[in-house]
Design a protein around this ligand. Sequence first.
Ligand code: PLP
Length: 374
Amino acid sequence: MPPIHLSTNFVFDAPGVYAKYDYTRTANPTRDLAAEAIAALEGGCGAVVTSSGMSAIAVATRLLSAGDLLLAPRDCYGGSYRLFSAEADRGTYRVRFVDPWDPESRRLARRLRPRMIWIETPSNPHLRITDIAAWARVARDIGAICVADNTFLSPVNQRPLEFGADLVVHSTTKFLNGHGDVVGGAVVAADADLLEDVAWWTNAMGASGAPFDAYLTLRGMRTLHARSRVHEANALRVVDLLDRSDTVIRVHHPSLPDHPGHDIARRQQTGWGSLVSFELRGGREAVEAFVDGIEHFALAESLGGVESLVTHPWTMTHASMDEPARVAAGIGEGLLRLSVGIEAFEDLEADLKRALSRAEAVAVPTGEAAARTM
Ligand code: PLP
């Protein structure tokens, strides 16, 4: 196993004689190994490893200049939405939020000629699917940089560069590390020019990741394929369980044949992923009953770790969006998102059944619930 190089700086042989490593913000052997592994998994020409997913996103959007337009999904990750909006407010660049699954927005893009097109598929928290190849074609035709946030699926389940994206960003905090003990990010570039630009900005902004985090991420990535298989098998069974429940109004998962992005997902994904969201009958009250006492799903933000999590987007991941923006993105108070982990399915099943019956008790008048169980 490779050692961890924690050194801040490296000794020069002589003045003016530059070796590969001089200062860890610029380059570090352990971080380079993590970057090479992520680039290889995504099929890119190289990558930078950053201190968080958000710093990876900040680095990628540094390629925009004042006046440039960024076209981003309306229901992108709440932190991305916050950053893009705040940068646009202070004139760093312009932003326009669109519904990327709507073909009309591609026609709009051809008219608006953005400098950067941002893709997040499946989206958060509705798991809507965006056609990467179709958007990459638009980007190529108008000379835009096409960036895909591949955090939700990881390269095991989707490789956006193969469909024409120019950059892939990751919150390595999620599936790539997978163990809930690192906050990190990465930007993978399709070609050497883009790689040089993102590496320059990563160093200039001081956005590089810590060597110890890179070491842990490398260790996490060794089991990425094996973890992904169990994540997916559990997720498909969870989807089935939720889909059969009367307490659930709608389940969002691209594996479902009636999911609007099912066919595109089948084309561009090599796995369904283990994020599932669903709308509970009974709104906020039912949500509170569901999470009260849930045992194996921790009420926490984040996703992609070995442990199962439940998130309430309204009050957690998407709380930084103002209420009208959340409503416009279709995020209601009854929506919950699960990150299905790799525990024994039977434990997750028992937990979900208990939580659903608690939710049902508040969602449905008592007499009716009793009548249903007879
Ligand atoms: N992109 C997506 C899709 C995310 O879900 C997240 C975090 O939840 C991020 C980016 C930001 O990553 P980080 O929390 O590592 O900064």
